[in-house]
Design a protein around this ligand. Structure first.
Ligand code: CP
Ligand code: NVA
Length: 308
């Protein structure tokens, strides 16, 4: 069994195998009704707990549907309704859940909750987003990029805005999949330097460029995310918006990137803030494929977690 905690903690060959499996799973379902099981059902007879301490649409629905297509059953739990939210330790929760379910996916705040869950669970644990990273999202993003443009190795990805949790997982992926990442955003919201250093040590070119128009030159992919993440204080909203406004992805910026650059956003998006509707709904945007690919990527991740 394997935990899927982060991209930089997962072997590069395993990451590549997950993407290839995801592609094969997607192809094999072509045209099949969504509620119909896959030909192969590796989760038959298995129960998966989906724990959410933060809101979710895509992660919740894609994991739930994915487990069912693989023949398994799910239990969606809200952190607040569990004893976990009322003082029971993570370790005890992990031990108990492991007696009932075959896999745990958790979306939480502090990364330590995830790592402690993995330490004490005797079943695989999957990171469904923490304040620090969002690896399942970036696996779907790699799948999406490669479907449209072929191998991501050596390509240029430009992250616009806040150096947040999703940006961190992009940095991890740059190291593991061998693409270049340019961050453009205000200095106050730079990505975690530990992760920048990690990606550079793995041979990726990581560039920090304050001018968004220079940053996107020659981009193969431009990525945006919300300016205020779920873990950010609402009181910081105005300050963050003021700092981030110059980094909005709009038609002018996409023009500077060139017509072959793709646009991605993990969603939910705030139309007119980090990205305009013209870009989201425009010809360079692959955001709906990106959202769909959460399903296929996570099915491949779950298979890998169970040793498949
Ligand atoms: N992208 C993503 O994780 O979306 P949700 O917050 O809706 O799960
Ligand atoms: N950075 C965002 C991603 C949401 C999927 C957040 O953490 O709220």
């Amino acid at each position: 069994m394997n935990h899927f905690l982060d991209i930089h903690k997962t072997d590069p060959a395993d990451l590549r195998a997950i993407i290839d499996t995801a592609k094969a799973i997607k192809d094999s379902r072509n045209g099949r009704p969504k509620a119909m099981a896959d030909d192969e059902t590796p989760l038959a007879g298995r129960m998966v707990a989906l724990i959410f301490e933060k809101p979710s649409t895509r992660t919740r629905v894609s994991f739930d549907v994915g487990v069912r297509q693989m023949g398994g059953q799910t239990m969606v739990l809200s952190g607040n309704d569990m004893q976990l939210g009322h003082g029971e330790t993570i370790a005890d929760t992990a031990r108990v859940l492991s007696r009932f379910v075959d896999m745990i996916m958790i979306r939480t705040f502090d990364e330590a909750v995830l790592t402690e869950m993995a330490e004490f669970a005797t079943v695989p644990v999957i990171n469904g987003l923490t304040d620090r990273t969002h690896p399942c999202q970036i696996m779907a993003d790699i799948l999406t990029f490669e479907e449209h443009r072929g191998p991501i190795k050596g390509k240029k990805v430009v992250w616009c805005g806040d150096g947040n949790n999703v940006c961190s997982s992009f940095l991890h992926a740059a190291g593991r999949f061998g693409f270049d990442l340019t961050f453009t955003g205000p200095v106050q919201l730079d990505p975690e330097m530990e992760f920048v250093g990690h990606a550079r040590n793995e041979g990726a070119t990581i560039t920090i460029e304050r001018d968004p128009f220079k940053a996107v030159e020659g981009a193969d992919l431009v990525v945006a995310d919300t300016w205020v993440s779920m873990h950010d204080a609402q009181s910081a909203k105005e300050r963050r918006h003021n700092m981030l406004r110059p980094y909005q992805v709009n038609e002018k910026l996409m023009e500077a990137a060139g017509k072959d650059a793709l646009f991605m956003h993990c969603l939910p998006a705030h139309r007119g803030e980090e990205v305009t509707s013209e870009v989201m709904d425009g010809p360079q945007s692959v955001i709906w494929d990106e959202a769909e690919n959460r399903l296929h990527a996570q099915k491949a991740i779950m298979r890998w977690c169970l040793g498949g």
